[in-house]
Design a protein around this ligand. Structure first.
Ligand code: ADP
Ligand code: GLC
Length: 533
């Protein structure tokens, strides 16, 4: 149930903008789409990983193609300064009525952002958990996010063309849409798209949470979401959406098999060609070595001199010696959530061998205590050679990308990965395992032809990782070859432009299928149409 309280909700009015012309065309010559992104993190409001970078940069690119894009996310404690008050609504999820403050913000000029203020659920430490434990009320926290986002869509002058749900936190979107909950009738013609950024996080909760979410009575929902020991929100998004995407073609191929499918591969296979892999792009304005405020000096493929200043700065910032030998020796960087996905067990196996290499290491990350301790122990044993910073530090992440010569991503699996893309743009040569998006984006260097952008190993083993690292360090000694690899990577275009156009194609197919489902002309319903009421 959705109650607008005192406000008539129009998020365009909230940000002082005029509603865009509904008849306007987008870059592909077709009608402009109205897209609501439902997402649990977005730069600059809240971030734990790549999802936050992607939701913002992708939304901006989509708006740049002429679409009407808005984004709804919680107003966590770390976003407490963001946005300005724009009304209050009562959102009823199952049996509970939440008083929600709406805060309006924007990304760039064109993307409207609504932050949901509900202190009992969001004003606390940690986006998803704290002290190594998930917040126990996550079903309610993200149930509210979804129900509120759908309510906002239903209350807008024109219903959205597409509700785009990201990861498990938003995956009840397709479920609630399909269940036709009261108050959402105007969304009957809206398409839903589910993007999987990481299949490892499936949002599995005890089955009785469905009652509290008002979904216990919805036909087929409990049995469809049943997964492992409970119900999986992500499974709901996969099954009930009009289209499913994931963040690289490689990962799309991997997750339909048992090895990477994590038990959801049967549901994914069932989606057939409705599942597509679209490579993430990067925000080329935020990650631009020619104009990065976090670097001491700009640099580019044509003039790499400034990269040396970044190398010195990052070495200094980690408290490592700044003598000529350290400045000359290859600097290996790593910026990563410290979780098993990222290949940290391989590094644990060979940690002391790493220190035997003629290289310096700078590591930034936060996550599981055992991995943090692993790096901290290594730094304590090799203080002149290994620098570790445990914590989340955006500025330092840029500096590591700017100053390192090589970037290490030995992931066990990697849906897409962004750091290797930042590395390519910063002339920082990636050493990666051939999995998911890493295999799609890093071309192995071939000394015979001078082609390639990095070093790639296939077998998930410490020996293969070590061999790849050694090969990279050997080429580092050949200045001309190294420069060639750097320039090859820096010349590539990983902006969002191409991928955003791919998403638009997915949206158009999803809209067509939603229209068929709703029985004809729902998508053409005009502003304030009463067609669904
Ligand atoms: P994932 O989303 O699996 O963590 P990605 O490579 O897609 O991996 O994105 C990670 C993003 O998070 C990058 O922008 C990276 O710079 C950032 N990041 C990860 N850990 C940290 C940290 N400790 N401090 C700052 N930024 C970090
Ligand atoms: C996930 C994945 C990562 C991907 C990111 C953004 O967190 O682990 O590979 O780049 O989402 O899509």
């Amino acid at each position: 149930m959705w109650s607008k309280g005192e406000v008539e909700y129009d998020d365009r009015r909230m940000s002082g903008e005029m509603p865009p012309d509904a008849a306007a065309r987008a870059a592909d010559g077709e009608a402009r789409l109205r897209v609501v992104m439902v997402v649990s993190e977005a730069v600059p409001f809240a971030k734990t990983g790549g999802l936050a970078d992607v939701s913002s940069a992708f939304s901006l690119a989509l708006a740049g193609l002429g679409h009407d894009v808005s984004l709804v996310l919680p107003r966590y404690r770390e976003a407490a300064d963001a946005g300005s008050p724009a009304g209050r609504v009562t959102v009823t999820v199952g049996e509970v009525a939440y008083e929600v403050g709406l805060f309006a913000a924007s990304l760039g000029r064109d993307v409207r952002v609504t932050l949901l203020d509900c202190p009992p659920l969001y004003d606390r430490e940690g986006l998803y958990g704290a002290g190594g434990r998930d917040h126990p009320d996550n079903p309610a926290r993200f149930g509210l996010l979804v129900r509120a986002a759908l309510g906002l869509g239903a209350a807008a002058p024109e219903p959205p063309s597409v509700i785009h749900a990201h990861d498990w936190q938003a995956a009840l979107g397709p479920v609630m849409l399909s269940a036709g909950l009261p108050g959402l009738e105007r969304l009957r013609g809206s398409a839903s798209v589910q993007t999987i950024h990481n299949l490892a996080y499936q949002g599995v909760f005890p089955p009785d949470c469905l009652g509290a979410l008002g979904l216990a009575e919805a036909a087929g929902v409990a049995s469809t979401l049943a997964h492992k020991t409970g119900v999986s929100f992500l499974k709901g998004g996969i099954v009930y959406s009009d289209a499913v995407t994931t963040v690289s073609p490689g990962y799309a191929r991997e997750i339909v098999g048992a090895e990477f499918g994590r038990g959801l591969d049967p549901s994914l296979r069932e989606r057939g060609t409705s599942l597509t892999g679209i490579l993430n792009g990067i925000d080329v304005d935020v990650w631009d070595p020619t104009a990065d405020p976090h670097l001491p000096a700009p640099f580019s493929a044509g003039d790499l001199e400034g990269k040396r200043a970044s190398k010195r700065a990052v070495i200094e910032c980690y408290g490592l010696p700044t003598d000529e030998a350290t400045l000359t020796r290859p600097l290996v960087g790593m910026v990563s959530r410290m979780v098993p996905q990222k290949g940290l067990d391989l590094l644990a196996e060979i940690s002391d061998d790493l220190a035997g290499l003629d290289a310096t290491f700078v590591v930034l990350g936060t996550g599981m205590a055992e991995y943090q301790a692993l790096w901290q122990g290594l730094a304590a044993r090799h203080p002149a050679q290994v620098g570790v910073h445990v914590g989340f530090d955006e500025a330092r992440a840029h500096l590591v990308e700017g100053g390192a010569d090589l970037f290490l991503m030995p992931s066990r699996f990697e849906p897409c990965g962004l750091n290797q893309l930042y590395s390519l743009r910063y002339g920082t040569v990636p050493v990666v395992r051939a999995t998911g998006g890493l295999a799609d984006t890093v071309r192995p260097f071939d000394p015979a032809t001078g082609q390639g952008t990095g070093f790639v190993f296939t077998e998930y083993s410490a020996a293969a990782l070590m061999a790849s690292l050694r090969a990279a360090l050997a080429v580092f000694g050949d200045r001309a070859a190294w420069r060639r690899i750097q320039v090859n990577g820096m010349a590539e275009d990983h902006s969002w432009d191409v991928s955003a156009r791919e998403y638009v194609k997915v949206y158009r197919r999803a809209v067509a299928s939603a229209r068929r489902r709703a029985g004809g002309t729902a998508e053409q319903a005009g502003p304030g149409s009463t067609r669904f009421e």
